[in-house]
Design a protein around this ligand. Structure first.
Ligand code: XMP
Length: 507
């Protein structure tokens, strides 16, 4: 499969380069800067990423350019460009004024294959402390900003370019023109990597890899495990058994609704396990959030293991691991620093082989594949939901009664978001049951009951988030409904904290 390799020198933008290349329907992989897979025959181009290091630092990432220059179309971005220049005998110096943020591309060579079609004075995004102050004769300038003469260059006689700015960052107005020139015109990508082609090739690879073997998969109700299951089901049908565990900490009627849709709509072979009591018992009296998480995680592994052992001849465990998890597992030196599985500890415990059909996809790509597989838009568009579920949204100890209260209040909130057309406008929403009571009055009676907090945030990846400015009418309506309908709640508050410093979940 035509592949562009992105050599990762540790920039915060490396994943963004990959996503942009994939938006051009071209498959690409991120590999550590010193792990270029020189023996592969499917590589059509290479991009060297930015880096937190200066090329002059002793610990700067050293790349073997003899494997790259003149062999593949090559694009150095920021550090990548500075590295190309410094290795060829040019000068890279600490800039007097640290270039950061928006700059204008005041001139460029429109006849250059990389820069063709870029508008004059278009904004480019700079983010570096160094500048290329001198280049060898073979370097040919193809773009400048007011402060940086060598903003873009080409090495004569080669398909090698360097850019001081970041074309992958959204602020670079014509960044996609440049990346498209590189991917399509210079590397010659056929641009045929689409959800449908991914499904077709993955299904055939899975058939080949798994043969007649039996596979077990844990469904969570979330997007990743569902898409993984539907793909595997397409490949091996009834040889896939899915296990869906009700840990008693799912949302209102979620277990029943999702189980029905797994079997009736998607035709999956699913065993639904009601393990509510097991979890409630294990969690009795536990208030420490990390302890709760551990108990819920272990409870899941125990139940899953117990159910899987009842099945005959299982050889593989399938997981919905996605690409960001895989990349995070690799440090830029190529060493595994942490193993990152959705269901930590399972493969070791069960001594099964691991199959991860989504391990090369970003989240938005998983959604696109899911849609192409015909999975319902409601399921594909679901907000993220933490693995320990309502367990981390009931502050303090967990009881079945608290779960009931939270499920009912949350259901009114989430249904309200859908009814008001707000659900898809927020990234994640949820309700939290606080460990305090407050005084209220209902009719003639004084009440002393629970408080719930509503949370809604806008985010792209959950790393940072701002609280959503939901309309007051909506909040008023939801608050009224919750207090009227949910026995045990007499007060509703709205969380107006952003992350950082406040996390999305409350514990
Ligand atoms: P925080 O609370 O750290 O949440 O701002 C960021 C994102 O991670 C989710 N989250 C979890 N997901 N297990 C999970 O699988 C957990 O223990 C957990 N804690 C937080 C949270 O819902 C948000 O999307």
């Amino acid at each position: 499969m035509e592949t562009i390799i992105i050599l990762d020198c540790g920039s915060q933008y490396t994943q963004l380069i990959a996503r942009r290349v994939r938006e051009l329907n071209t498959y690409c992989e991120i590999v550590p800067f010193n792990k270029f897979p020189a023996d592969r025959r499917d590589i059509i181009g290479v991009i060297i990423s930015g880096s937190p290091f200066s090329v002059n630092d002793p610990q700067a990432c050293q790349i073997d350019l003899t494997q790259l220059r003149g062999r593949y179309p090559l694009l150095g971005v920021c550090y990548g460009a500075q590295y190309l220049a410094s290795q060829a005998g040019g000068k890279v110096e600490s800039a007097d004024t640290r270039e950061y943020g928006k700059a204008l591309l005041v001139s460029h060579d429109d006849s250059d294959p990389l820069m063709h079609g870029v508008r004059d004075n278009s904004v480019v995004w700079m983010s570096h402390g160094d500048s290329i102050t001198d280049t060898p004769d073979s370097f040919h300038n193809v773009g400048s900003t007011a402060d940086v003469r060598n903003a873009a260059f080409r090495i004569d006689g080669e398909q090698t370019w360097g850019l001081q700015f970041h074309p992958e960052v959204y602020h670079s107005e014509d960044g996609m023109v440049i990346l498209s020139n590189f991917v399509k015109n210079i590397c010659g990508s056929r641009q045929d990597w689409t959800p449908d082609s991914f499904i077709e090739s993955t299904v055939s690879q899975l058939r080949e890899k798994l043969g007649d073997d039996k596979v077990v998969l844990a469904l969570s109700g979330g997007v990743d495990s569902t898409v993984a299951a539907v793909l595997l089901n397409r490949a091996i049908g009834k040889n896939l058994t899915c296990i869906f565990v009700d840990n008693g900490l799912l949302r209102y009627h979620e277990f029943e609704d999702v189980l029905r849709s797994y079997t009736a709509d998607m035709g999956l072979n699913v065993i639904g396990v009601d393990a509510k009591e097991h979890f409630y018992k294990a969690l009795e009296g536990v208030t420490d959030p990390e302890k709760k998480r551990k108990i819920i995680g272990k409870g899941f592994i125990d139940i899953f293991d117990r159910e899987a052992k009842k099945l005959d001849g299982i050889k593989w465990l399938a997981q919905g691991t996605i690409y960001p998890d895989v990349i995070e597992s690799l440090s830029i030196t190529g060493m595994t620093i942490k193993s990152h599985h959705n269901v930590g500890g399972l493969p070791e415990k069960m001594s099964l082989k691991l199959v991860e059909p989504l391990r090369l996809l970003f989240k938005d790509e998983v959604r696109r594949v899911g849609r192409a597989l015909g999975i319902s838009p409601t399921l594909i568009g679901r907000h993220p939901f933490p693995g320990p579920g309502l367990g981390v949204r009931i502050l303090g100890d967990i009881t079945p009664e608290k779960v009931r209260i939270l499920q009912e209040a949350d259901h009114i909130y989430i249904q309200g978001l859908r009814d008001y057309g707000l659900y898809d406008k927020v990234w994640q929403a949820g309700t939290i049951l606080l460990p305090i009571r407050s005084v209220g009055v209902m009719g003639d009676e004084r009440t002393y009951e629970n408080v719930v907090a509503l949370r809604a945030v806008n985010s792209t990846d959950g790393m940072t988030a701002t609280w959503s400015h939901l309309p007051h009418d909506f909040l008023a309506d939801v608050s009224n409904k919750i207090i009227r309908k949910v026995r045990g709640v007499n007060r509703v508050v709205y969380d107006i904290s952003s992350k950082p410093p406040s996390t999305i979940e409350w514990e």
